[in-house]
Design a protein around this ligand. Structure first.
Ligand code: PLP
Length: 395
């Protein structure tokens, strides 16, 4: 057998996702992509900002000697300084280049952090509904995950439930705001309460509990809201993020991790994380992208386009009788499934040529996810199909 038992089991467990993907692909082949409303993938529908193309052309036309060579495993000083300045300004916390490591996306950053901090069989708390890769990433580094539900009325973290889940073996908690799949933005009050609870627990247990704050959607916040800066409220916080969504560059694999300057043993953590970035085989984040994003820290895709799409779908679906928490950011909606069996509901949606992901894929049966990062025209053309689907499932 060429594939390990562990990987084979993981593939088999997620085979229904693959099956649904294949069924979706068959529908596209049968009816043509223009007649299928595909809301499954979190791939940005917008293009990177004009400044990205301008900088890319500038670099291509004026190449610097050595610009494609190996570098310090933490990344270019110029890029780390630009990122640190952006974070210091937005959080009012004295972050500097020594607290930043450039990574291969947020996914790369998460793996670097988990490898750096986890001892065998230590527990990482994840909040349901969750980005399913967290379970695989924690397992990559010998840890185990404990799932704790967020408050279903708001999808905000339930601080008491998190506290109850902390054991002698807990090492970290992963939070994600704006959230995939719910779109919830964690409020400053929630982060403050979480920070206070963790300080109390750390004193009680006599050791550090880390919060890994996964924030690739941080700039995708609507209605004039700014995502509260985690460093301001949580001392032992490590921020992981990328430019996959805010600059629409998921294929370029550029992101970073940042340690709160106030965290325990911050220099040792950074030293460990630089080592892990190297030995995980990432070596360093892509050189060309580092040079570009150093000059793009103030840039962002057009957020208003996502907000318009959220509003259109949220209003229309709510009117049809679907119920959901209104998301504050990101590019996902996470409504309640009108059928008790969310997988069955997603199959019924398929019959109307609407492709969705069941909540079960996020540890949350009874819901479904709509990724509305698709062209406006796809959303508009899908509306009659949603209407038929609502009637079909008895709304
Ligand atoms: N975290 C969350 C919550 C995500 O939704 C994603 C991607 O969809 C990632 C991390 C990974 O992002 P990246 O492309 O930067 O690795």
């Amino acid at each position: 057998m060429t594939v390990s038992i562990k990987v084979r089991t993981a593939i088999e467990r997620s085979s229904w996702i693959r099956r649904m993907f294949e069924e979706g692909a068959a529908l596209i082949a049968e009816h043509g992509a223009e007649n299928i409303f595909d809301f499954t993938l979190g791939n940005p529908s917008v293009e990177p900002p004009a400044a990205f193309h301008r900088e890319l052309r500038r670099l291509a036309n004026q190449p610097d000697i050595g610009m494609h060579r190996y570098m310090n495993n933490a990344g270019y000083e110029e890029t780390r300084t630009a990122v640190a300045e952006h974070l210091a300004k937005s959080s009012d916390v004295p972050v500097n280049a020594s607290h930043i490591i450039m990574t291969c996306g947020a996914g790369g950053a998460l793996n670097v952090v988990l490898k750096t901090i986890l001892n065998p069989n230590e527990e990482v708390i994840i909040l349901t509904p969750f980005f399913v890769e967290y379970k695989f990433y924690v397992d990559n580094h010998g840890g185990t995950t404990t799932e704790v539900w967020t408050d279903p009325e708001t999808f905000q973290p339930d601080i008491d439930a998190i506290e109850a889940a902390i054991t002698e073996n807990t090492r970290a908690l992963i939070i994600n705001s704006p959230n995939n799949p719910t779109g919830a933005i964690y409020s400053a009050e929630t982060l403050k309460a979480l920070g206070e609870m963790l300080e109390r627990k750390q004193a009680e247990l006599g050791r550090s509990l880390y919060v890994i704050s996964d924030e690739p959607y941080a700039r995708l916040a609507f209605d004039g809201i700014t995502v509260p800066p985690v460093f301001k409220y949580i001392r032992n916080a490590i921020l992981v993020t990328s430019h996959s969504k805010d600059l629409a560059l998921p294929g370029e694999r550029i992101g970073y991790l940042a340690a709160n300057p106030a965290m325990d043993d911050v220099s040792l953590f950074i030293e460990g994380a630089i080592f892990c970035n190297r030995v995980l085989g990432f070596v360093n984040a892509p050189a060309l992208m580092q040079r570009l994003v150093a000059r793009l820290q103030q840039e962002s895709v057009d957020i208003s386009e996502y907000q318009t799409k959220r509003d259109l779908l949220y209003d229309y679906l709510t009117e049809l009788g679907f119920s959901m928490v209104k998301p504050g950011g990101g590019f996902y909606l996470f409504p309640n499934s009108p059928l008790a069996d969310d997988v069955e509901f997603v199959r019924r949606a398929q019959q109307q040529n609407i492709l969705l992901v069941p909540g079960s894929g996020f540890g949350a049966p009874g819901y479904f996810r709509i990724a509305y990062c698709v062209a406006m025209d796809v959303i508009e053309r899908s509306l009659p199909a949603w209407k038929k689907l609502a009637k079909e499932v008895g709304l």
